[in-house]
Design a binder for this molecule. Structure first.
Ligand code: UDP
Length: 324
């Protein structure tokens, strides 16, 4: 297939483009390189630089790529930023998404695999979180993703789009080529590995008085290559609708730090700090639906394997893509 990958220079988009190309698909990446990296675009892909917020740029990319399907990763994805600048999130993630969906309709492209998130559930009413849990986002980032899900849902009913919403839990790990490089970095595993590399003095544990076994928050860490494979399955599946993507196991912040100490052989100093506002104590996926309907089985569910892959990439790219 010929696939247009928006945000293909970002973390999850770059790895999915790599897998698509490995599987023999043709890939056009559409990215404005504002937060993505040119070095994260696979050399086998075609890159069109452009901004989702420009309807003309999106339409021109659709005409140039003539895709059979779209994978839509391009978005802002920082919760704290979304609480300060909600308009950025609605403009880029919602209005930008609409530019894309409308360009697809004009070009007769129906299949769209959309990067959604467990942040659409907010503080979930039950855990493990299955797709039928009420979606009540607690920040504009999660709200913007939910809004675009709803828009796609109506475009499916009324215009025949075929959307799949993949709701990621905590994406992490790396392939040999591509890994995680955000600025600023806010995610636990890269921060822990930066401390292992000596690029940070220590790791702050945001709260150890939660109602969890060791008092720190539980998250469902899912390997980026497993996420990417779910996109390939969704591309050719007859199903539409929402799928949670996680391993179904929650690891605590302390367990992540301990595992990283073992994997890296470095001490990784850690200090307990105040809770981070808005952190739910447990976010664990019920992902059976993706197994049953897409045939998805995570190949790298162990935290140690995930952290080892990230460590290999971070050691090869100690300054991120800037040093690659
Ligand atoms: N966390 C932490 N120290 C950090 C970064 C994150 O203790 O420097 C915690 C955070 O409070 C959360 C978990 O690690 O409980 C995962 O956070 P991350 O930002 O990686 O992902 P989120 O679950 O917020 O999307």
């Amino acid at each position: 297939m010929n696939v247009l990958v928006t945000g293909g220079a970002g973390y999850i988009g770059s790895v999915t483009a790599e897998l698509l190309l490995d599987a023999g698909h043709a890939v056009t990446v559409f990215d404005n390189l504002e937060r993505g990296h040119r070095a994260a675009v696979d050399a086998r892909a075609r890159l069109i630089e452009g901004d989702l917020r420009s309807p003309q740029a999106v339409r021109a990319a659709m005409e140039a790529a003539r895709p059979d399907a779209v994978m839509h990763f391009a978005a802002y994805a920082l919760v704290p930023e979304s609480m300060e600048h909600p308009e950025r999130y609605f403009r880029n993630n919602v209005a930008g998404g609409m530019n894309l969906a409308e360009a697809m309709l004009e070009a007769g492209v129906r299949r769209i695999v959309f990067s959604s998130t467990c942040a659409t559930y907010g503080e979930p009413e039950r855990v493990p979180i299955t797709e039928d849990v009420a979606q009540r986002p607690t920040n504009p980032y999660g709200e913007s993703k939910l809004m675009f899900e709803r828009i796609l849902h109506w475009y499916e009913r009324l215009h025949g789009l075929q959307p799949v919403f993949l709701r990621y839990f905590n994406a992490c790990g790396a392939t040999r080529k591509f890994g995680e490089d955000h600025d600023p970095e806010t995610h636990l595993i890269p921060i822990v590995l930066q401390a292992a590399l000596g690029r940070r003095e220590k790791v702050f544990i945001y709260g150890d008085d939660y109602d969890t076994p060791d008092g720190t928050c539980l998250r469902d860490y899912i390997h980026i290559a497993d996420l990417a494979r779910a996109h390939l399955l969704a591309l050719t599946s007859a199903h539409t609708g929402a799928f949670n993507l996680g391993n179904g196991t929650g690891y605590s912040v302390r367990e992540v730090i301990e595992t990283a100490r073992r994997v890296t052989g470095r001490p990784i100093p850690a200090e307990v700090a105040a809770r981070r506002p808005g952190d739910p104590p447990r976010l664990v996926a019920g992902a059976e639906k993706a197994g049953a309907e897409l045939g998805w089985r995570p190949a790298f569910p162990e935290l140690e394997t995930i952290i080892r892959s990230a460590w290999t990439w971070h050691r090869a790219h100690p300054e991120g893509y800037g040093s690659g």
